[in-house]
Ligand binder design. Structure first.
Ligand code: NAP
Length: 294
C-alpha cells in the first residue's frame, strides 16, 4: 500500500479512519479471520452491530491480529430490541462484553424505528450518557431520514457524529447527504460497492459498469477501488465488507490515486435513485425485534 490512510474528524473532534471493514453477513466462523486479515493489511476501523451476531468474533479477530486495541477504531450499533434508556445502556454492556473492550469508539442506533420514536429517543439519550461517562468516544445514528434527524436533534443535546446510510454509485442519496451536511454529521456509506444493490437482484452490475471499468483502466484500478475512491474523494467514510483476503487487500489499496472532479461527476451520474434495500422506516419492533443475546 502506498499513500496516506485518510482520516475524517467527527463533529466532536475525534479522528476516525475513513475506510473500515464492514462485517454484515460475515458468518461468525469467517469473521475472526477477516478482521485479523484486515488489521494486518492496515485497516484500523471495524464496523459491526449487535444484530450481526458476530461482535464476539470481531473481538477475537482483534486479539488474534496482535494489533494494540488503542490503534483500532471500533464501531458498533444497538439493535431496536434494545431501544429505551435502560435497555440501551444494557445493550452497550452486552456489545462491549462481546467485543472484549471497555470503550467503544463509535456507537450508533441501527434504525430509526418511527412507530416507537419515543424509544428511539430514549435510546439516544442513553448514548449521550455513555458519551458523558467516557464509555463511548462518539455517538451517532444509521438510516435516519432528514425529517427524523431534525426531530432527534430538536429533542436531544448531542448532534450525532455520523449517520450511516446506504450510498453507492447506483444510489447516491443526495437529499440525505445534504441533511447530514447541514447538521455537521458525517455521511458514512453502507454497501459502498453496491453490495445490497447487487445481492438483492437488481440488474445493474457495478463490476461491469462501463464508467467504472473505464475509470479503472485510467488509474490501473478495479471498479471496486474506483467506487471506494469516489467515497473518499467525496469526504465520506466507507465500510466495504469482504471475507476474502485478496478483496480485503484490494479494497484497502485505494490511497495512491484520486479522481478528478469530472470523474466524480461521471460516477455521480450513475445514480438510479433506486434503493438496493428495504425502506428503513418499514423495519418494526414487532417484525424485527429479535432479542440480542447476552
Ligand atoms: P458492500 O460492502 O458494498 O459489498 C459487499 C459484497 O461485495 C460482498 O458480497 C463481498 O463478497 C463483495 N465484495 C467485497 N469486495 C469486493 C471486491 N473488491 N470485488 C468484488 N466483490 C467484492 O455491501 P455490504 O456488506 O452490504 O455493506 C458494507 C458494510 O456496511 C456491512 O458489512 C456493514 O458493516 C454495513 N451495513 C450497514 C447497514 C445499516 O443498516 N447500517 C446495512 C448494510 C450494511 P465477499 O465477502 O465474498 O468478498
Amino acid at each position: 500500500m502506498t499513500g496516506t490512510y485518510p482520516h475524517v474528524t467527527l463533529n466532536n473532534g475525534i479522528s476516525m479512519p475513513a475506510l473500515g471493514l464492514g462485517v454484515y453477513q460475515s458468518k461468525p466462523e469467517e469473521t475472526m479471520g477477516a478482521v485479523a486479515t484486515a488489521l494486518n493489511t492496515g485497516y484500523r476501523h471495524l464496523d459491526t452491530a449487535a444484530a450481526y451476531f458476530n461482535e464476539a468474533e470481531v473481538g477475537e479477530g482483534i486479539r488474534q491480529s496482535g494489533i494494540d486495541r488503542s490503534e483500532i477504531f471500533i464501531e458498533t450499533k444497538l439493535w431496536i430490541s434494545d431501544y429505551g434508556y435502560d435497555e440501551a445502556l444494557h445493550g452497550f454492556e452486552k456489545s462491549s462484553r462481546k467485543l472484549g473492550v471497555d470503550t467503544i469508539d463509535l456507537l450508533l442506533l441501527h434504525q430509526p424505528l418511527p412507530a416507537h420514536f419515543d424509544k428511539t429517543m430514549a435510546a439516544y439519550k442513553a448514548l449521550e450518557t455513555l458519551l458523558a461517562d467516557g464509555r463511548v468516544r462518539a455517538i451517532g445514528v444509521s438510516n435516519q431520514s432528514p425529517e427524523e434527524l431534525e426531530r432527534l436533534i430538536a429533542e436531544t443535546d448531542v448532534v450525532p457524529a455520523v449517520n450511516q446510510i446506504q450510498v453507492h454509485p447506483y444510489y447516491t442519496q443526495p437529499e440525505w447527504r445534504a441533511a447530514n451536511e447541514k447538521h455537521g454529521i458525517l455521511t458514512q456509506c453502507w454497501s459502498p460497492i453496491a453490495g445490497a444493490y447487487t445481492y438483492n437482484g437488481n440488474e445493474k452490475n457495478p463490476f461491469t459498469e462501463p464508467t467504472l471499468v473505464d475509470l479503472g483502466k485510467k488509474y490501473s484500478k478495479t471498479p471496486a477501488q474506483v467506487m471506494l475512491r469516489w467515497h473518499l474523494d467525496h469526504g465520506f467514510s466507507a465500510i466495504p465488507k469482504s471475507v476474502k483476503p485478496e478483496r480485503i487487500a484490494e479494497n484497502f489499496d485505494v490511497f495512491d490515486f484520486s479522481l478528478t472532479a469530472d470523474d466524480i461527476a461521471a460516477i455521480d451520474a450513475l445514480n438510479t435513485g433506486v434503493s438496493g434495500s428495504i425502506d428503513p422506516d418499514s423495519i418494526t419492533l414487532e417484525e424485527r425485534g429479535m432479542p440480542i443475546p447476552e
